[in-house]
Design a protein around this ligand. Sequence first.
Ligand code: ZN
Length: 306
Amino acid sequence: MPTQVSQVDRLVGIDLGGTSIKAGAIARNGQVLEETGADPGFSRGSAAVLDTLAGVGIALGARGKGLGIGVPGLLQRERGFVIDSPNLPGFRNLPIKQELARRLDVDPSRIHVENDANAAALGEQWLGGGRGETDCLLVTLGTGIGGGLILASQLYAGADLAGEVGHVVIHEGGVPCGCGSKGCVEQYASATAARRRALALGLPRSAPGDLKLLCDAARAAEGPERSLLHEIGTDLGRGLGPAVCLLDLRCFVFGGGFSAALDTLEAGVRAGIDERSYGKRGSLIRLLGAKLGPAAGWIGAARLNL
Ligand SMILES: [Zn+2]
């Protein structure tokens, strides 16, 4: 007989991304009960996307109960308001909390809206690579670099934007960034940036710009591929240095597609942290891989209901 879990114990979470909706229900003890996905269909307009989100939530048992949702972009988290989201067409000045509450017949206080990287951090700290870590920063290495900060086992978002480590400036006057600044670490150590740097150097020689083959070549032998990944890792470490200085963090958990390269980046990351932290703490820090993959976001969003 499968374990019976009452409706009360089902925590529903949704991760809204630019190309997909991932969602599920999980028990308070961390047992995944159901996992699902949907096409957000942004071309049909934001009202239709909200209908789809509500439909996914209702199918998972959230009607009358509420849910947690992770959303990329600039948010006012408490109000549940999307100010702007470059990856979500039409999601601008959108009161997502109110809109979902109405569709799910719940008080708005039962809809928990969180930044997507923060939601992923909560998921990884609950059941994934950061399990058991009381203080850690989840760093997502993807198109950009996202961050979610866990302090004393709780998400710490500050007024809204704490943990956004991708926009730490590491090279004064460097590469322009989408945030309006120049020289941000995400312009040097995200998957996008790594690909650009590899292409510029014609690496790996077998297929320039292919990050998987770049890592394979770096693992196989000394050479320009290994040097490039060391440089990229060093830049990443330079970006993490301020978090080490300010908070004395000793644990970073890396998720996102480019985190598969962590073994090839690690020595560089430690060198970069050494360079930018008082007391050369690079060797003292644990660099861990995320474990939940694309499920981290919805699992962390579900945890917001706890
Ligand atoms: Zn930036």
